[in-house]
Design a binder for this molecule. Structure first.
Ligand code: LLP
Length: 428
Protein backbone atom coordinates (compact mmCIF):
# COMPACT_ATOMS: atom_id res chain seq x y z
CA UNK A 1 0.00 0.00 0.00
CA UNK A 2 1.13 3.57 -0.67
CA UNK A 3 2.93 5.05 2.35
CA UNK A 4 0.66 8.13 2.03
CA UNK A 5 -2.76 6.70 1.08
CA UNK A 6 -4.44 10.03 1.95
CA UNK A 7 -3.05 11.45 -1.31
CA UNK A 8 -4.66 8.76 -3.52
CA UNK A 9 -7.50 10.09 -5.68
CA UNK A 10 -9.41 6.87 -5.12
CA UNK A 11 -9.22 5.13 -1.76
CA UNK A 12 -10.63 1.76 -0.73
CA UNK A 13 -9.18 1.00 2.72
CA UNK A 14 -8.05 2.68 5.90
CA UNK A 15 -5.61 0.63 7.95
CA UNK A 16 -6.67 -2.44 5.98
CA UNK A 17 -10.40 -1.96 6.67
CA UNK A 18 -12.72 -1.36 3.67
CA UNK A 19 -14.05 2.20 3.80
CA UNK A 20 -17.50 1.18 2.58
CA UNK A 21 -17.64 -1.29 5.46
CA UNK A 22 -16.73 1.46 7.96
CA UNK A 23 -19.42 3.73 6.53
CA UNK A 24 -21.99 0.94 6.63
CA UNK A 25 -21.17 -0.07 10.19
CA UNK A 26 -20.78 3.35 11.80
CA UNK A 27 -22.62 5.71 9.44
CA UNK A 28 -21.39 8.99 8.00
CA UNK A 29 -20.00 11.54 8.70
CA UNK A 30 -17.38 9.53 10.52
CA UNK A 31 -13.84 10.13 11.77
CA UNK A 32 -11.46 7.19 11.36
CA UNK A 33 -7.91 7.14 12.77
CA UNK A 34 -5.31 4.64 11.66
CA UNK A 35 -3.23 3.84 14.76
CA UNK A 36 -0.33 2.63 12.65
CA UNK A 37 0.18 6.09 11.18
CA UNK A 38 0.29 7.60 14.68
CA UNK A 39 2.81 5.00 15.79
CA UNK A 40 4.98 5.60 12.74
CA UNK A 41 5.15 9.32 13.48
CA UNK A 42 5.86 8.58 17.15
CA UNK A 43 8.80 6.35 16.15
CA UNK A 44 10.30 9.19 14.13
CA UNK A 45 10.52 11.27 17.31
CA UNK A 46 12.37 8.63 19.37
CA UNK A 47 15.58 10.62 19.46
CA UNK A 48 13.87 13.39 21.44
CA UNK A 49 14.19 12.50 25.13
CA UNK A 50 10.73 13.81 26.05
CA UNK A 51 7.81 13.98 23.63
CA UNK A 52 4.87 15.84 25.13
CA UNK A 53 1.72 15.47 23.03
CA UNK A 54 -0.35 18.64 22.64
CA UNK A 55 -3.63 16.79 23.09
CA UNK A 56 -5.68 19.73 21.81
CA UNK A 57 -4.95 18.31 18.35
CA UNK A 58 -6.98 15.14 19.04
CA UNK A 59 -7.86 14.37 22.61
CA UNK A 60 -9.96 11.23 22.27
CA UNK A 61 -9.22 9.05 25.32
CA UNK A 62 -8.23 6.12 23.10
CA UNK A 63 -5.63 8.22 21.29
CA UNK A 64 -4.23 9.39 24.63
CA UNK A 65 -4.10 5.80 25.89
CA UNK A 66 -2.32 4.71 22.70
CA UNK A 67 0.32 7.40 23.13
CA UNK A 68 0.71 6.74 26.85
CA UNK A 69 1.80 3.19 26.01
CA UNK A 70 4.41 4.72 23.73
CA UNK A 71 6.01 6.72 26.53
CA UNK A 72 4.55 10.00 25.32
CA UNK A 73 3.66 12.52 28.05
CA UNK A 74 0.92 15.14 27.80
CA UNK A 75 0.24 18.82 27.51
CA UNK A 76 -3.11 20.08 28.83
CA UNK A 77 -4.50 23.54 28.14
CA UNK A 78 -7.70 23.43 30.16
CA UNK A 79 -9.31 21.80 33.15
CA UNK A 80 -11.07 19.43 30.75
CA UNK A 81 -7.78 18.33 29.23
CA UNK A 82 -6.36 17.65 32.71
CA UNK A 83 -9.39 15.49 33.50
CA UNK A 84 -8.93 13.66 30.18
CA UNK A 85 -5.25 13.02 30.90
CA UNK A 86 -6.07 11.49 34.28
CA UNK A 87 -8.93 9.48 32.79
CA UNK A 88 -6.61 8.13 30.09
CA UNK A 89 -4.39 6.71 32.82
CA UNK A 90 -1.71 9.35 33.17
CA UNK A 91 -0.48 9.89 36.74
CA UNK A 92 -0.64 13.50 37.95
CA UNK A 93 2.98 13.71 39.02
CA UNK A 94 6.37 12.32 38.05
CA UNK A 95 9.64 13.18 36.36
CA UNK A 96 9.25 14.30 33.65
CA UNK A 97 5.83 15.60 34.70
CA UNK A 98 3.33 13.28 32.98
CA UNK A 99 0.92 16.18 32.51
CA UNK A 100 1.79 19.87 32.20
CA UNK A 101 -0.85 22.59 32.28
CA UNK A 102 0.16 25.16 29.65
CA UNK A 103 -2.00 28.25 29.39
CA UNK A 104 -2.08 32.01 29.67
CA UNK A 105 -4.68 32.01 32.42
CA UNK A 106 -6.05 29.78 35.14
CA UNK A 107 -9.78 29.69 35.02
CA UNK A 108 -11.06 28.74 38.44
CA UNK A 109 -11.70 25.04 37.70
CA UNK A 110 -8.19 24.66 36.23
CA UNK A 111 -6.54 26.30 39.24
CA UNK A 112 -8.50 24.05 41.57
CA UNK A 113 -7.49 20.89 39.66
CA UNK A 114 -3.84 21.87 39.38
CA UNK A 115 -3.66 22.57 43.11
CA UNK A 116 -5.53 19.38 44.06
CA UNK A 117 -3.42 17.04 41.92
CA UNK A 118 -0.08 18.86 42.02
CA UNK A 119 0.00 19.20 38.22
CA UNK A 120 3.09 20.97 36.87
CA UNK A 121 2.29 24.41 35.44
CA UNK A 122 3.76 26.21 32.46
CA UNK A 123 2.87 29.84 33.20
CA UNK A 124 2.03 32.05 30.23
CA UNK A 125 1.38 35.17 32.29
CA UNK A 126 2.81 36.62 35.51
CA UNK A 127 -0.63 36.58 37.16
CA UNK A 128 -0.63 32.79 36.97
CA UNK A 129 2.43 32.70 39.21
CA UNK A 130 0.62 34.70 41.90
CA UNK A 131 -2.56 32.64 41.65
CA UNK A 132 -0.66 29.36 41.82
CA UNK A 133 1.26 30.47 44.91
CA UNK A 134 -1.97 31.50 46.55
CA UNK A 135 -3.75 28.23 45.74
CA UNK A 136 -0.91 25.75 46.24
CA UNK A 137 2.09 27.55 47.73
CA UNK A 138 5.53 27.76 46.09
CA UNK A 139 5.97 25.21 43.26
CA UNK A 140 8.41 24.13 40.62
CA UNK A 141 7.19 25.87 37.48
CA UNK A 142 7.94 26.36 33.80
CA UNK A 143 7.68 29.77 32.16
CA UNK A 144 6.30 30.06 28.64
CA UNK A 145 8.12 32.88 26.92
CA UNK A 146 6.98 34.87 23.91
CA UNK A 147 10.32 35.53 22.23
CA UNK A 148 9.02 38.58 20.35
CA UNK A 149 8.55 36.76 17.03
CA UNK A 150 6.40 33.95 15.72
CA UNK A 151 5.16 32.14 12.64
CA UNK A 152 2.32 29.80 11.66
CA UNK A 153 0.43 28.41 8.66
CA UNK A 154 -2.08 31.21 9.22
CA UNK A 155 -1.99 34.50 11.14
CA UNK A 156 -4.45 32.78 13.50
CA UNK A 157 -1.90 30.12 14.44
CA UNK A 158 1.08 32.45 14.95
CA UNK A 159 1.74 32.52 18.68
CA UNK A 160 4.71 34.86 18.97
CA UNK A 161 5.29 38.60 18.69
CA UNK A 162 3.19 41.54 19.80
CA UNK A 163 0.12 40.34 17.87
CA UNK A 164 -0.04 37.26 20.06
CA UNK A 165 -1.56 37.06 23.53
CA UNK A 166 0.57 34.04 24.34
CA UNK A 167 3.45 33.68 26.75
CA UNK A 168 5.39 36.01 28.99
CA UNK A 169 7.02 38.79 26.99
CA UNK A 170 10.74 37.99 26.71
CA UNK A 171 11.83 41.30 28.19
CA UNK A 172 9.89 40.51 31.35
CA UNK A 173 11.81 37.35 32.16
CA UNK A 174 14.15 38.95 34.75
CA UNK A 175 11.20 40.54 36.49
CA UNK A 176 9.30 37.24 36.49
CA UNK A 177 12.26 35.39 37.93
CA UNK A 178 12.33 37.84 40.84
CA UNK A 179 8.59 37.42 41.22
CA UNK A 180 8.97 33.64 41.28
CA UNK A 181 11.58 33.84 44.00
CA UNK A 182 9.44 36.12 46.09
CA UNK A 183 6.50 33.72 45.77
CA UNK A 184 8.57 30.64 46.61
CA UNK A 185 8.37 29.18 43.08
CA UNK A 186 11.38 27.60 41.43
CA UNK A 187 11.70 28.07 37.67
CA UNK A 188 12.84 24.66 36.43
CA UNK A 189 11.65 24.85 32.83
CA UNK A 190 11.53 27.27 29.95
CA UNK A 191 9.15 26.86 27.03
CA UNK A 192 8.83 28.63 23.70
CA UNK A 193 6.16 27.82 21.09
CA UNK A 194 6.09 30.27 18.19
CA UNK A 195 3.19 28.86 16.21
CA UNK A 196 1.50 25.98 14.51
CA UNK A 197 2.26 24.71 11.04
CA UNK A 198 5.50 26.63 10.69
CA UNK A 199 8.77 25.58 9.01
CA UNK A 200 12.30 24.61 9.93
CA UNK A 201 13.72 28.06 9.32
CA UNK A 202 11.38 29.67 11.83
CA UNK A 203 11.65 26.80 14.29
CA UNK A 204 15.44 27.18 14.19
CA UNK A 205 15.25 30.85 15.19
CA UNK A 206 13.78 29.75 18.49
CA UNK A 207 17.00 27.95 19.43
CA UNK A 208 18.94 31.17 19.60
CA UNK A 209 16.25 32.89 21.62
CA UNK A 210 16.14 29.93 24.00
CA UNK A 211 19.85 30.09 24.61
CA UNK A 212 19.67 33.69 25.71
CA UNK A 213 16.63 33.05 27.88
CA UNK A 214 18.21 30.02 29.53
CA UNK A 215 21.26 32.00 30.48
CA UNK A 216 19.05 34.42 32.39
CA UNK A 217 16.90 31.73 33.99
CA UNK A 218 19.98 30.16 35.46
CA UNK A 219 20.74 27.70 38.17
CA UNK A 220 17.52 25.75 38.68
CA UNK A 221 16.74 25.12 35.00
CA UNK A 222 16.25 21.38 34.37
CA UNK A 223 14.50 21.35 31.01
CA UNK A 224 13.73 23.41 27.98
CA UNK A 225 10.77 22.89 25.68
CA UNK A 226 10.94 23.70 22.00
CA UNK A 227 7.12 23.72 21.84
CA UNK A 228 5.20 22.17 18.97
CA UNK A 229 4.41 23.44 15.51
CA UNK A 230 6.11 20.64 13.57
CA UNK A 231 4.47 20.73 10.14
CA UNK A 232 3.06 17.82 8.12
CA UNK A 233 2.42 17.79 4.37
CA UNK A 234 -1.20 18.55 3.47
CA UNK A 235 -0.43 18.45 -0.26
CA UNK A 236 1.71 15.85 -2.02
CA UNK A 237 4.23 18.54 -2.96
CA UNK A 238 4.64 19.92 0.59
CA UNK A 239 8.08 19.14 2.01
CA UNK A 240 8.60 16.77 4.91
CA UNK A 241 10.17 18.41 7.96
CA UNK A 242 13.88 17.61 8.13
CA UNK A 243 13.59 15.97 11.52
CA UNK A 244 17.24 15.08 11.77
CA UNK A 245 18.22 18.71 11.27
CA UNK A 246 15.53 19.90 13.67
CA UNK A 247 16.72 17.49 16.31
CA UNK A 248 20.33 18.39 15.75
CA UNK A 249 19.65 22.12 16.16
CA UNK A 250 17.88 21.60 19.44
CA UNK A 251 20.29 18.99 20.70
CA UNK A 252 23.19 21.40 20.14
CA UNK A 253 21.28 24.22 21.80
CA UNK A 254 20.60 22.04 24.79
CA UNK A 255 24.28 21.01 25.08
CA UNK A 256 25.41 24.64 24.90
CA UNK A 257 22.96 25.59 27.63
CA UNK A 258 24.23 22.69 29.77
CA UNK A 259 27.79 23.89 29.36
CA UNK A 260 26.85 27.43 30.27
CA UNK A 261 24.90 26.33 33.34
CA UNK A 262 27.17 23.47 34.34
CA UNK A 263 24.40 20.89 34.90
CA UNK A 264 22.18 18.57 32.81
CA UNK A 265 19.28 20.10 30.93
CA UNK A 266 16.63 17.95 29.22
CA UNK A 267 15.04 18.67 25.86
CA UNK A 268 11.28 18.44 25.36
CA UNK A 269 9.16 18.89 22.26
CA UNK A 270 5.42 19.38 22.21
CA UNK A 271 3.91 18.31 18.91
CA UNK A 272 0.21 17.94 18.28
CA UNK A 273 -0.41 17.85 14.54
CA UNK A 274 2.74 15.88 13.71
CA UNK A 275 1.60 12.83 15.69
CA UNK A 276 -2.01 12.60 14.59
CA UNK A 277 -2.85 14.68 11.51
CA UNK A 278 -2.22 12.06 8.83
CA UNK A 279 -3.83 9.25 10.80
CA UNK A 280 -7.28 10.83 10.55
CA UNK A 281 -9.88 10.68 7.78
CA UNK A 282 -13.33 12.22 7.70
CA UNK A 283 -15.62 9.90 5.76
CA UNK A 284 -18.60 11.62 4.20
CA UNK A 285 -21.29 10.64 1.73
CA UNK A 286 -22.08 12.73 -1.34
CA UNK A 287 -25.77 13.60 -0.99
CA UNK A 288 -26.32 16.06 -3.83
CA UNK A 289 -24.60 17.22 -7.00
CA UNK A 290 -25.52 20.70 -8.21
CA UNK A 291 -24.52 22.94 -11.06
CA UNK A 292 -24.52 26.63 -10.01
CA UNK A 293 -23.79 28.45 -13.25
CA UNK A 294 -20.32 27.36 -14.26
CA UNK A 295 -19.47 25.79 -10.91
CA UNK A 296 -20.27 22.21 -10.02
CA UNK A 297 -20.83 21.37 -6.35
CA UNK A 298 -20.76 18.11 -4.48
CA UNK A 299 -22.66 18.49 -1.24
CA UNK A 300 -21.63 15.97 1.40
CA UNK A 301 -23.12 15.11 4.77
CA UNK A 302 -20.26 16.64 6.82
CA UNK A 303 -19.92 20.37 7.35
CA UNK A 304 -17.71 22.82 9.17
CA UNK A 305 -19.39 21.61 12.33
CA UNK A 306 -17.31 18.44 11.73
CA UNK A 307 -14.13 19.94 10.22
CA UNK A 308 -13.64 23.66 10.75
CA UNK A 309 -10.12 24.11 9.35
CA UNK A 310 -11.16 25.12 5.81
CA UNK A 311 -13.64 27.78 6.95
CA UNK A 312 -11.35 29.04 9.72
CA UNK A 313 -8.03 29.15 7.91
CA UNK A 314 -8.73 28.36 4.28
CA UNK A 315 -6.88 25.13 5.09
CA UNK A 316 -6.38 22.58 2.33
CA UNK A 317 -7.23 18.91 2.94
CA UNK A 318 -6.65 16.15 0.40
CA UNK A 319 -9.79 14.35 -0.80
CA UNK A 320 -10.32 10.86 -2.15
CA UNK A 321 -13.29 9.16 -3.66
CA UNK A 322 -14.60 5.73 -2.64
CA UNK A 323 -17.38 4.58 -4.98
CA UNK A 324 -20.36 2.43 -4.18
CA UNK A 325 -19.69 0.19 -7.16
CA UNK A 326 -16.06 -0.35 -6.12
CA UNK A 327 -14.69 1.05 -9.39
CA UNK A 328 -11.27 2.53 -8.95
CA UNK A 329 -10.42 4.50 -12.08
CA UNK A 330 -9.19 7.98 -11.25
CA UNK A 331 -10.03 9.34 -14.72
CA UNK A 332 -12.00 11.14 -15.99
CA UNK A 333 -11.75 13.81 -13.33
CA UNK A 334 -14.29 16.52 -12.59
CA UNK A 335 -13.71 20.08 -11.40
CA UNK A 336 -15.87 20.42 -8.30
CA UNK A 337 -16.30 22.54 -5.22
CA UNK A 338 -17.16 20.52 -2.11
CA UNK A 339 -19.61 21.82 0.46
CA UNK A 340 -21.56 20.56 3.43
CA UNK A 341 -25.13 20.63 4.70
CA UNK A 342 -25.00 23.73 6.91
CA UNK A 343 -27.16 26.74 6.37
CA UNK A 344 -24.21 29.04 5.77
CA UNK A 345 -22.32 29.93 2.59
CA UNK A 346 -18.96 29.40 4.30
CA UNK A 347 -19.71 25.69 4.64
CA UNK A 348 -17.26 24.78 1.90
CA UNK A 349 -14.31 22.40 2.21
CA UNK A 350 -12.60 23.73 -0.90
CA UNK A 351 -11.94 27.35 0.00
CA UNK A 352 -8.97 29.61 0.38
CA UNK A 353 -8.24 32.00 3.21
CA UNK A 354 -10.70 34.88 2.93
CA UNK A 355 -13.56 32.54 2.05
CA UNK A 356 -12.99 32.27 -1.72
CA UNK A 357 -14.59 29.11 -3.10
CA UNK A 358 -12.30 27.13 -5.38
CA UNK A 359 -12.81 23.95 -7.36
CA UNK A 360 -10.77 20.82 -7.08
CA UNK A 361 -9.99 18.15 -9.69
CA UNK A 362 -11.46 14.95 -8.27
CA UNK A 363 -12.31 11.59 -9.83
CA UNK A 364 -15.83 11.12 -11.11
CA UNK A 365 -18.36 10.45 -8.35
CA UNK A 366 -22.01 10.96 -7.66
CA UNK A 367 -24.74 10.80 -5.05
CA UNK A 368 -24.22 7.82 -2.76
CA UNK A 369 -20.48 7.61 -3.28
CA UNK A 370 -18.15 8.41 -0.39
CA UNK A 371 -15.80 11.37 -0.24
CA UNK A 372 -12.92 10.86 2.17
CA UNK A 373 -11.23 13.98 3.53
CA UNK A 374 -7.65 13.22 4.53
CA UNK A 375 -5.06 14.56 7.00
CA UNK A 376 -7.99 15.38 9.27
CA UNK A 377 -6.72 13.78 12.48
CA UNK A 378 -5.40 17.02 13.98
CA UNK A 379 -7.81 19.82 14.88
CA UNK A 380 -10.64 17.92 13.23
CA UNK A 381 -13.01 16.18 15.65
CA UNK A 382 -11.81 18.34 18.55
CA UNK A 383 -12.99 21.49 16.80
CA UNK A 384 -16.36 19.96 16.03
CA UNK A 385 -19.50 21.76 17.19
CA UNK A 386 -23.25 21.33 17.37
CA UNK A 387 -23.97 24.22 14.98
CA UNK A 388 -27.28 23.72 13.19
CA UNK A 389 -27.99 21.08 15.85
CA UNK A 390 -25.73 18.59 14.14
CA UNK A 391 -24.65 15.76 16.44
CA UNK A 392 -20.88 15.30 16.91
CA UNK A 393 -19.56 12.64 14.53
CA UNK A 394 -18.40 9.29 15.88
CA UNK A 395 -14.71 8.38 15.98
CA UNK A 396 -13.20 5.01 15.13
CA UNK A 397 -9.63 3.90 15.82
CA UNK A 398 -8.27 1.14 13.60
CA UNK A 399 -5.83 -1.03 15.55
CA UNK A 400 -4.07 -3.83 13.71
CA UNK A 401 -6.79 -4.13 11.13
CA UNK A 402 -9.69 -3.99 13.59
CA UNK A 403 -11.95 -0.92 13.84
CA UNK A 404 -12.82 0.15 17.37
CA UNK A 405 -15.57 2.67 18.03
CA UNK A 406 -13.89 5.15 20.39
CA UNK A 407 -16.67 7.73 20.45
CA UNK A 408 -20.22 6.95 19.50
CA UNK A 409 -22.33 9.36 17.47
CA UNK A 410 -23.99 11.91 19.70
CA UNK A 411 -27.67 11.15 20.21
CA UNK A 412 -30.63 13.56 20.03
CA UNK A 413 -31.01 13.59 23.81
CA UNK A 414 -27.33 14.49 24.24
CA UNK A 415 -27.80 17.34 21.82
CA UNK A 416 -29.98 19.25 24.25
CA UNK A 417 -28.91 17.66 27.52
CA UNK A 418 -28.73 20.41 30.10
CA UNK A 419 -31.19 22.73 28.37
CA UNK A 420 -34.34 23.58 30.25
CA UNK A 421 -37.54 25.35 29.36
CA UNK A 422 -38.73 27.52 32.29
CA UNK A 423 -42.07 26.34 33.54
CA UNK A 424 -43.84 29.52 32.44
CA UNK A 425 -42.87 28.78 28.83
CA UNK A 426 -43.64 25.07 28.89
CA UNK A 427 -46.23 23.99 26.34
CA UNK A 428 -49.78 23.94 27.61
N1 LLP B 1 2.15 23.78 22.17
C1 LLP B 1 1.42 24.91 22.32
C2 LLP B 1 1.69 25.78 23.44
C3 LLP B 1 0.42 25.23 21.38
O1 LLP B 1 -0.29 26.33 21.53
C4 LLP B 1 0.16 24.33 20.31
C5 LLP B 1 -0.90 24.60 19.36
C6 LLP B 1 0.95 23.17 20.21
C7 LLP B 1 1.94 22.93 21.15
C8 LLP B 1 0.76 22.16 19.12
O2 LLP B 1 0.96 22.69 17.87
P1 LLP B 1 1.08 21.69 16.63
O3 LLP B 1 2.30 20.84 16.85
O4 LLP B 1 -0.15 20.89 16.59
O5 LLP B 1 1.21 22.58 15.45
N2 LLP B 1 -6.49 24.81 15.12
C9 LLP B 1 -5.26 25.12 14.39
C10 LLP B 1 -4.02 24.89 15.22
C11 LLP B 1 -4.03 25.64 16.53
C12 LLP B 1 -2.82 25.31 17.34
C13 LLP B 1 -2.90 25.84 18.71
N3 LLP B 1 -1.76 25.54 19.51
C14 LLP B 1 -5.23 24.29 13.10
O6 LLP B 1 -6.20 23.59 12.83
O7 LLP B 1 -4.27 24.35 12.35
Amino acid sequence: MSPRPWFSPVLEHIGGVPIRELARQFGTPLYVYDAETILRRREQLRRFPVVRYAQKACSNLAVLALLRRQGVVLDAVSAGEIVRALRAGYPAQGDPPPVVYTADIFDRPALELVARHGIHVNCGSPDMMDQLAQAAGGQEITLRINPGFGHGHSQKTNTGGEQSKHGIWHEQLPECLRRAERLGHRVVGLHVHIGSGTDLEHLAQVCQAMEQLAEQAGPHLRWISAGGGLPVPYRPEDPELDLQRYHQLWEQTCRRIEQRLGHPVRLEIEPGRFLVAESGYLITEIRAVKQQGSRRYWLVDAGFNDLARPVMYGAYHPMSVCRRDGSQEAEPAEEVAVGGPLCESGDIFTQEEGGFVVSRRLPRAGVGDLLVIGVAGAYGAVMGSNYNSKPLAPEVLVLEGTPHLVRRRQGWEELFAGEQVPEVLAAE
